[in-house]
Design a binder for this molecule. Sequence first.
Ligand code: PA5
Length: 471
Amino acid sequence: MTNRHETKDITLDFTRITAAAAGEEHGISDKQLKGLQNRAGKIHRALMELRQKGEVGFYDLPNSDTSRLKKFASRVREKYENLVVLGIGGSALGTTAVHAALRHGFSHLLTKRKRNGYPKLFVVDNIDPDYFSELMDVLDPKKTLFNVISKSGTTAETMAQFMIVFDRLKKRLKGKWKKRVVITTDPAKGLLRAMVDEYNLASFEIPPNIGGRFSVCSAAGLMPLACAGVDIDGFLAGAAQMSARCETGNIVDNPAYLLGSLLYLADTAKGKSMAVMMPYSTKLYGMADWFRQLWAESLGKRRDVDGREVYVGQTPIKALGVTDQHSQVQLYVEGPFDKVVIFVKVENFAKRVDIPELFTDKKELSYLAGSSLNELIKVEMEGTRYALEKHKKVSITITLPEISANTLGQFIFMLEAATAFAGGLYGVNPFDQPGVEFGKNYSYAVMGRKGYEKLRNEIKEQSGKIPARIL
Ligand code: PA5
């Protein structure tokens, strides 16, 4: 039986990070890669054990039942003009990235009919007061559904947004406000779950064994994406397709482990402490943003799993092809040897845009006449790769056969599995984020949250000791 969602596999080209291409000093040798295999086998077994014990859940998301989500989404499509996600970090970035990749680039300017009846999706992660109040100005509460997403149910930014929206809805809609709110949170724990019960609100669950940045294939991502018209079954089928390719612990046969190993070796053995993800596609730019959180928050750690101070992590950077050829690429090509560039290439764009046969008598333009934007973007990417290679700068290319729900599912699962695996290579826990919690606690203490008095006093004392130096 053929799966209607089955699409060609995404591919990984690592020729340009090898010692054969970039030389022994900067490139990774076969010996170095194979030298990781022993550890890779152990890490693979440890991860599979965590999966089996139900401690790490993202591996199982591709097989989720989506029927309730789809039913809910079809009601949202009938009733609402806007869907607003209130969430941050892992509760926002994946949704933003997938939506940006698959929607019409200017869907907010299309009529509802031209959007096939789907609501406009807004993902409001930041708490910029100007931006937030401008959004509130343009939304009609009667035509808007708010999806509050927080795994913990306590994140200050999301809860502050929710409180503002709660107040506005109650004032404008009186008793009907409850129909305009849907909550996505932990199935049992946290304040948001308690509020679901208290106010009898519609809700979805983020399983407790799924960390925020690994949650795009859970209801955290699937619910808003389904409402916005994304083929969530195709998306999960893509993730499952990649999951099947990642079942082996053999580095060279497992795309996620291969990618994780190459980036790890580039960082720790070749001094490439930065990984630049550079999609040659505006629609995929959000993917680089999503990856930045995943890679940075999972691997940037002070302590290893045994509690020793290690201060590890590779800094992920986002860049956009071709735009950043006129900005960052000069540095990447001629600057220090401290980066690995991950190109993300689209083999077939959905549309072809021809460049007309004009100005053929002008030598500055005749080479463009009769070509296409599709050809130009491809050649420019090859140009950047070539320039990097000539300067002994290393790169990896991930190619998507096309931009579709399926290929994005593949891409996302591959990077999640690569990150979990890289955690093992670095010897850190990729599923916690003590540094983020540290900052969260500061806000709680300074804003006067109960239970944080000790930290509040500590901060007060500390700031008194630091002389202000403002010019
Ligand atoms: O990956 C993570 O765990 C974090 O980035 C969280 O997603 C982010 O802090 C938001 O947390 P929450 O969903 O609990 O509001």
